[in-house]
Design a protein around this ligand. Structure first.
Ligand code: AHM
Ligand code: MG
Length: 336
């Protein structure tokens, strides 16, 4: 009985990744060790986020505690936890975090071959009202010889080895791709383990939802304006799309994976490069979206072909169901 088998034969994320690696003869355990440290960071943040609503009462983030010390804000705390977990894994050499202006170069004695780019707690404007937030990460390999430099980080997204996110929502969901499809795991709080619940996620070919901050509409360019107009007043007789916008990229993109449709953070007159950061927001989500059978486009090119020139560079992004992204690509092509 397969339901019974699922209940008793638990596919944890560690077991899943070890299985995947055993298919690659040259793979060593390094990646699973790195991943287990990322997972630990996510479990910590999950537990901290769950307590955030109590913070005012019992003196957690941003409050002064009983010893009179100022407590760290949740995003700063999350960053500290990830940086320490990643360095102590012994498998990383460069870390780039949204919270830190500069990249962290790991000291030689703790150095490994992986570069991790991450946003430890994305969607922070949603913390105080208890709406879903998340962690986003991408992993690159450093070049074999010589000292690691910033150039090692400024690689196009298509060079990523793996990417994922963890969503702190009604449940805690970890979504991962190591370049062979996308899989989703849900934290079982009683076990403290992520269990495979969404094997081989594929985004629907076309969706009925568009997701964008429409408050910026007055500053959009022609193709974006036309696209959103088509979502609301389709010219081909189809029904209009529904609008859903959480304002947490992880939640908006996670919904797009499961229900289909498109998520966009376009350029506008005030922010010609949009808002979202290339390395740790645009690339990991674009990597996952392609792995799930969807597309990711910047308004000019395939998002994963972009070559970043600085750590915190931004880019417009349109990602989601294959056919929905085709439409926006056609509008930008016609605008050339
Ligand atoms: P943050 O890194 O400051 O939290 O900003 C990133 C977030 C994304 O999660 C989300 O997609 C976007 O900002 C929403 O921006 P806006 O409030 O402009 O719609
Ligand atoms: Mg962010």
């Amino acid at each position: 009985h397969s339901a019974d088998a699922q209940r008793t034969d638990l596919m944890t994320i560690t077991r899943f990744v070890l299985n995947e690696q055993s298919k690659q003869p040259e793979a060593r355990g390094d990646f699973s060790i790195l991943l287990s440290h990322i997972v630990l960071g996510c479990k910590f943040v999950c537990s901290a986020v769950n307590k955030a609503g109590l913070a005012k009462l019992i003196g957690l983030a941003g409050e002064t505690n009983v010893q009179g010390e100022e407590q760290k804000k949740l995003d700063v705390l999350s960053n500290d936890v990830f940086v320490k977990a990643l360095v102590s894994s012994g498998r990383t050499c460069i870390l780039v975090s949204e919270e830190d202006e500069e990249a962290t170069f790991v000291e030689p004695s703790k150095r490994g071959k992986y570069i991790v780019v991450f946003d430890p707690l994305d969607g922070s404007s949603n913390i105080d009202c208890g709406v879903s937030i998340g962690t986003i990460f991408g992993i690159y390999l450093v070049k074999e010889n010589g000292e690691p430099t910033i150039e090692d980080v400024l690689q196009p997204g298509k060079n990523m080895l793996a990417a994922g996110y963890c969503m702190y929502g009604s449940s805690c969901t970890f979504v991962l791709s190591t370049g062979t499809g996308v899989n989703g795991f849900t934290l079982d709080p009683s076990l403290g383990e992520f269990i495979l619940t969404h094997p081989d996620i594929k985004v629907p070919k076309k969706g009925k939802i568009y997701s964008v901050n429409e408050g910026n509409a007055k500053n959009w360019d022609g193709p974006t304006t036309k696209y959103v107009e088509n979502c609301k007043f389709p010219k081909d007789g189809s029904s209009p799309k529904s609008l859903r916008y959480v304002g947490s990229m992880v939640a908006d993109v996670h919904r797009t994976f499961l229900y289909g449709g498109i998520f966009l953070y376009p350029a506008d007159k005030k922010s010609p490069n949009g808002k979202l950061r290339v390395l740790y927001e645009v690339f990991p989500m674009s990597f996952l979206m392609e792995q799930a059978g969807g597309q990711a486009f910047t308004g000019k090119q395939r998002a994963l072909d972009l070559v970043p020139t600085k750590l915190h560079e931004r880019s417009p992004i349109f990602l989601g169901s294959y056919e929905d992204v085709e439409e926006i690509k056609a509008l930008y092509a016609a605008d050339q």
